[in-house]
Design a protein around this ligand. Structure first.
Ligand code: SAM
Length: 197
């Protein structure tokens, strides 16, 4: 471990945002899963959440494997598995997170209208089916990225990046990257684990 490497670990952990997360509901394509994790790392998500895919082409009840698209982000962003989207939404809400489902419904609003400086988890749906109506109903809000083209939806990793970088923009403006958000204990534990994996 060089001093430069350790300094980088300290710098990155000092920017981590434990109150910003996302939940992938049965996202099953490894390249999408990997690309989303890479974006999580870039904006400072500490822990992502995922419901393993149960059906569909590569659905086997396990989290998708990572591929080169991740840029090794899986080493730096923990993934917490959940049994179902409804369980995950309830768990995250009980932890004080607002859950924002990316879902078109009567109550959907433009994703830029939300306050991402609040503890927030963005719920993303499976490539084929999107977010279920039940999970969208359980969420605190439904958000959409307005689109004006012929195609009806974005790739899930593109949608994740668009929303997470809006969260990053708001949190930067609020000074949330200027002060370490991790507790001392968490910071010390993770700096040791990252330095000596
Ligand atoms: N057929 C699916 C449906 O009807 O929802 C399409 C799912 S889309 C390919 C996969 C995921 O990307 C969605 O569940 C959502 O999480 C995200 N997504 C795609 N386009 C979006 C948009 N315009 N606004 C918000 N999220 C979007």
């Amino acid at each position: 471990m060089t001093p430069e490497r350790y300094a980088k670990i300290v710098r990155v952990l000092s920017l981590r945002q434990p109150t910003l997360s996302l939940l992938m509901d049965e996202v099953n394509k490894p390249h999408n899963f990997s690309a989303i994790l890479r974006t999580c790392d870039a904006v400072g998500v500490l822990t992502a959440h995922a419901v393993p895919p149960k059906n569909g082409v590569s659905g086997n009840g396990l989290l998708p494997t990572f591929n080169a698209t991740s840029g090794s982000a899986e080493k730096w962003v923990a993934v917490q598995p959940h049994a179902s989207a409804l369980e995950a939404v309830a768990t995250l809400q009980a932890q004080g997170m607002q859950v924002l489902a990316t879902h078109l419904s009567q109550r959907s609003v433009d994703y830029r209208e939300l306050d991402y400086t609040r503890p927030t988890c963005v719920l993303l749906g499976a490539e084929k089916w999107g977010v279920s109506d039940e999970a969208a109903d359980a969420a605190d809000a439904n958000i959409i990225i307005p689109m004006f083209g012929m195609v009806q939806s974005l790739n899930v990793s593109v949608a994740a990046a668009t929303i997470l970088f809006e969260a990053q923009r708001q949190r930067l403006a609020a000074g949330m990257y200027a002060e370490r958000q991790l507790s001392d204990a968490e910071f010390e534990r993770l700096s040791f684990e990252w330095a000596y994996p």
